[in-house]
Design a protein around this ligand. Structure first.
Ligand code: SAH
Length: 236
């Protein structure tokens, strides 16, 4: 069974969108992963197909109703469905490469996209939705966030990107940012490719890349180094 993603959304027509392009799209066509998007509104019970209501306690905007959302989730993922149930949410755990890797190894994901002010807290608890955020900013809806999550996950599914090794040295895979990359021409607007990269000395190249990676991480993302230190301490 290949990785299977099911999206619950008010805008199913947005999918696969960018996920249908390039290598992810080819993987989709080749059955390396699958995607379906379910219209939340189809699970409304009234004549107007209402999915939202005003926030209890007052305030601006609308909230997605728990009963309608639960019906949609139960339809696409019965209780014995082994896939994690995820809610895209700015309050969620920040998406990491580690979570993406773990999801890529699993059976897939059911992903709920919020809209308006978000979703009723009780359905999050009742359906044990794992809240995931793609960053500390607020989007208008969960659809683009779900695409970001899936793009990060699906490119890790074996066969989608081709070379198995192509992930090993990427940013975040070892807790660091990636070293700078170069390709021909040898001289671009007077700037040369660092000589070491054309030396053919693979051991020195590997050392240079490791140093660059560390230096870049130290200046741009010292928080990543702190995290590595903490992990090392935990292991010791
Ligand atoms: N009132 C909410 C924001 C609602 S934004 C709050 O302050 O927390 C509407 C929907 O967009 C959310 O339900 C969520 O599904 C999605 N969304 C917005 N920002 C997001 C983010 N940073 N990461 C993931 N999903 C996000």
């Amino acid at each position: 069974m290949s990785f299977s993603a099911t999206i619950v959304t008010l805008f199913p027509e947005l999918f696969p969108g960018p996920l249908g392009a390039s290598v992810l799209g080819r993987g989709l066509a080749d059955g390396l992963w699958s995607l379906s998007a379910t219209q939340l509104r189809d699970f409304a019970t009234d004549r107007h197909r209402t999915v939202d209501d005003t926030p209890s306690g007052g305030g601006a905007g609308m909230v997605l109703k728990p009963d309608i959302l639960a019906r949609a989730i139960d339809h696409v993922a019965p209780p014995d469905d082994p896939r994690p149930r995820i809610l895209m949410s700015p309050r969620g755990a920040p998406l990491t490469q580690a979570r993406a890797r773990a999801l890529a190894r699993g059976p897939g994901a059911v992903i709920v996209c919020g809209r308006f002010e978000g979703v009723d807290q009780r359905v999050i608890e009742a359906r044990q939705l794992e809240e995931i955020s793609i960053g500390d900013y607020v989007l208008a809806g969960g659809e683009v966030a779900a695409m970001v999550l899936l793009e990060a996950v699906v490119r890790l599914i074996p066969g989608v990107l081709g070379g198995v090794d192509s992930h090993a040295e990427e940013s975040f895979e070892n807790g660091l940012l990636e070293y700078p990359q170069y390709t021909r021409p040898q001289i671009f607007e007077g700037r040369e490719i660092p000589a070491i990269l054309t030396s053919g000395d693979h051991a020195r190249i590997a050392r240079w890349r490791a140093q660059e990676s560390l230096a870049l991480t130290r200046t741009r993302r010292p928080d990543l180094l702190d995290r590595l230190e903490a992990e090392k301490r935990d292991k010791a």
